[in-house]
Design a protein. Structure first.
Length: 259
């Protein structure tokens, strides 16, 4: 491994990685609302790599029944020819520009094995893992407020008194989101087909055109107001999770400097 200090990210790369990790996957549906998921951040010389191609096990067959995953001849870097199909980054060069050598692994419980986006899962120094591990809940992701189906049972458990560090905040958010959804459906389907067409492109906007019919304007203004209330209830929850990522990255920076 390179000298720790040589792998140290810039301030900008730390900040970019914090935002990236919070949305790197659909955490709002992958993580348990009751138990969250275990994460750890670190630096690695192979961060942003891990390109594998599927090749036929038997090249002589026109339609191969089996495929093997192999590293391309050019190496394990993601390139323009072989990009990583992910909205956060496509090539290793782009990854390194944005995040340097920063990387993370995650698992659902301490009994599970870690998963890593690119490259092989690595065994971290015990002290590093202790300093830089943290628990994330699904509301780290912005879309949590819109996707409740994976968490219906958990919400019912919370309503029945189940313990959770953010129980009251989650239940208030759920209440507001459900009320907003019910009001939206009632009001939206109360509009005529023509009136619903006029709402296209304006739902969720603060300012709506003055020339819209009163009933349509009222619907859009009410929807924005209710949605703003949901967003305001969500922000403290998300910020608590983002703060965990920041603390772990700060601990990682201290570890890199402790040579």
């Amino acid at each position: 491994m390179k000298n720790r200090a040589s792998l140290r990210p810039s301030v900008e790369q730390y900040h970019s990685f914090e935002n990236y990790l919070g949305e790197a996957h659909s955490w709002y549906k992958h993580l348990s609302l009751m138990d969250g998921g275990q994460f750890v951040v670190f630096v690695a010389t192979d961060a942003g790599t891990g390109c594998l191609l599927a090749v036929p096990s038997d090249p002589s067959l026109e339609v191969a029944p089996h495929y093997d995953l192999v590293t391309p001849k050019e190496g394990s870097d993601f390139t323009e020819k072989h990009p990583r199909l992910h909205y956060g980054w496509q090539t290793t060069k782009e990854y390194r520009q944005r995040f340097g050598f920063l990387d993370y692994m995650w698992r659902r419980t301490p009994k599970d094995s870690y998963s890593r986006d690119g490259g092989k899962v690595i065994k971290l120094p015990r002290e590093l893992e202790k300093r830089c591990s943290f628990l994330l809940y699904p509301y780290v992701a912005g879309r949590f407020v819109d996707v409740w189906s994976p968490h219906k049972k958990a919400i019912e458990q919370l309503r029945k008194g189940a313990s959770h560090p953010d129980r009251e905040l989650v239940l208030e958010l759920a209440r507001l989101a459900e009320a907003n959804n019910e009001a939206f459906n009632a009001d939206y389907w109360g509009l005529t087909t023509g009136e619903r067409e006029l709402t296209t492109g304006h739902i969720g906007q603060r300012d709506v055109p003055d020339d819209l019919p009163f009933k349509v304007k009222r619907f859009l203004e009410d929807q924005y107001s209710r949605r703003s209330g949901v967003t305001a209830a969500f922000r403290p929850l998300q910020e608590k999770e983002l703060a965990k990522i920041r603390r772990a990255l700060a601990a990682l920076d201290h570890w890199l400097l402790d040579n």
